[in-house]
Structures are given as structure tokens and as C-alpha cells.
Design a binder for this molecule. Sequence first.
Ligand code: ASP
Length: 280
Amino acid sequence: MKLIIHGGFFSESSTNQETKKAKQDALASIVTLGHEYLKTHTALETVVYTVALLEDNDLFNAGIGSQIQSDGKVRLSAALMDGKTEKFSGVINVEDVKNPVEIAQKLLTSDDRVLSGAGAQQFARTNGFEYFDPITAQRQSEYEAKLNQKNNKGTVGCVALDADGNLAAATSTGGKGFEIPCRVSDSATVAGNYANQHAGISCTGVGEDIVSGALAAKIVTRVTDGFSLKEATDKSFAELKAFDGFAGVVGITATGEVYHCDSHPYMVWASFDVNLQVFS
Ligand code: ASP
């Protein structure tokens, strides 16, 4: 059983040491809770549980505390992939919900598994997800001061390997901040979140770069074709250099290899294998 989570890159509002420590502490406690949960649940259930905890923590740019788009609205995106069945589900730019990863979970058993905007919100309401405004005072004042033009990356993600050897990945984001309304993040695409029976990957960084690099799907495919996770990830990151791609990933393979890589420093992540490890 292994679990790895990330809290994205630091946002502009959190470059101070105090917030860095708060993020590390939050990741440590959430990965510990997630690992405990994994003892009695599947990888799929665990990534949803763990990402929902990250969404509920306003230090991170997902769920509560998400970045605000240029028209003043928060639109959330999240995806889930079950490595066992190789099914992917997700929501893109859904408004006024608390835990988009749980809507993605609900969609996993639907014929239509990726929904956007009003359709995603309608699906959420029909399935009992109540109105919730994820804007925090901190994000509102950043938005008003137009402080967060760039470098605001605090997406969350989780990859789990369960006791039966199955993998799953989930990723959730509020996006880049100040983007054109309804701009699509990588997080609810196979570039940002992917898993099969060989590996699972969750990404963070500049969505456009991650999509251009087809990052998560490419790394998982390379592992499937025989690369180690480190080799697959390092090669895929080397390819990002062609367009100066900004990205970070966490991943686990079915053989138990756990790996993190980022193109720039300041990404926060934590893993729970035999011991807790927190890094940034
Ligand atoms: N990847 C996310 C996006 O571009 C942002 C992030 O990871 O912080 O929407």
C-alpha cells in the first residue's frame, strides 16, 4: 500500500515560510489520514477521500480557496481515473459546489463521464450535491488587488496503490487564476490525471504546458511499455524543455515505485509508504 499527494506549486500568496510550513503540516496530516483509510478501502475510494480532504483545506487551490477567474467566478475542475478498469471521469469548470472530485466519482458509473459547466452543475444538483460558494476572503482580496496574475499554482492530487495491487489517481484544481472565463485546465484531462494497471500520475503546473506534453498519459504509457517510473518521468520532463514547460507530477507504479518530479522548485508533496515523508 502506497500513497502520494501533492498541493501543487506555491501560490504568490504563500511564498512566506509560515504558509509553506502550514502547507507541509496540512499535507502531512492529510497523507496520514489517507494512508489509514487505504488500509480498509480501495485505491479508487482512497484517492477520492484524500483529494476531498485537500479540497476542504483553503490553503490549496482546489475546492474551498480556489483561484478566481477573470470574471470574478470560481470554476472548479477535477478528474478521477481508476487504474483497474481504466475508466476516466471528470468535471470541467463547474460552479458552486464543494467537492468536485466527488462529482467525478459519481460520473465514473455514468455513460457520459466528463461534463462541463452548467451540465456538470445540473448533474451535481440532481445527484444531491448542494450549493456551496468556494470563494474565501483571502482569494477575494487577491482577486480584487489583482495580485495573482501568474505563478498561482496550488492544484491538489493523489495517487494510491492499494493492498490488492490496484492503482487510482485523482486531481482537483481551481485553475490558474485570472484566466479567461471557462478556460480548460489540464486537471480534468488525461494529460493531467491518468492511471492504468501499471502506473498512476497526477500533475500540477501550467495546464497548457501539461496538455501540450500529454504528460500524465505519456508517463503512464512509458511505464506500461517497460520504463521505470523515474525513467519515464525524467524522459517526459526532458521533452517539456522544448517549450520551457512548467509542470510537476507525483506517481506510483504497480511495482511500488513512488516518484516526484518538477520542472521548477516550490512544489509541495507528501508520501506515505512505510513512513511519512513531506517535501517541498
Ligand atoms: N494545472 C492547473 C491549471 O493549469 C494549475 C495548477 O496546477 O496549479 O489549471
